[in-house]
Ligand binder design. Structure first.
Ligand code: ZN
Length: 135
């Protein structure tokens, strides 16, 4: 099985497990994040990780693109796939948190601190999801 086939198989498997079947997910194997942002422009909020990045393609949260970096194939690809799909699963919550924080009457520095805290918490949940669904 080629790397690409393995990747598509993993995405299909965990998309089903995480009940994301009504969401369209495009997969792009990318060189690195900088190149992708330059190429596509920052469409919508992206989740940016070490081995992948997620971009929301539609305003209703029904279509996303996962950019998997080539470096991901040297790491645990299964973990990376579940990780990025979990971000898609949690995306409505992240959106709501972002809206709340953005509209708060506090300094940008404090807003950033709150968002970083949210991001840390989201990653704790993501890591738990990986443990729960991976068999
Ligand atoms: Zn992440």
């Amino acid at each position: 099985m080629s790397k690409r086939e393995k990747l598509y198989k993993l995405v299909a498997k965990y998309k089903k497990k995480l009940k994301l079947t009504d969401i369209a997910i495009n997969i792009v194997i990318a060189e690195d994040k900088v190149q992708q942002f330059r190429k596509r422009g920052r469409k919508r909020k992206a989740v940016s990780d070490c081995y992948a990045e997620v971009i929301e393609e539609s305003i209703d949260g029904k279509e996303f693109t996962i950019f998997i970096f080539k470096s991901a194939f040297e790491e645990d690809l299964e973990d990376t796939v579940i990780h990025e799909l979990s971000h898609i699963l949690l995306h409505p919550m992240r959106n709501a948190a972002e809206n709340l924080i953005t509209n708060m009457d506090i300094s940008d520095k404090k807003k950033k601190k709150l968002f970083d805290k949210f991001d840390d918490q989201e990653h704790k949940v993501v890591n738990n999801i990986i443990k729960m669904v991976r068999k």
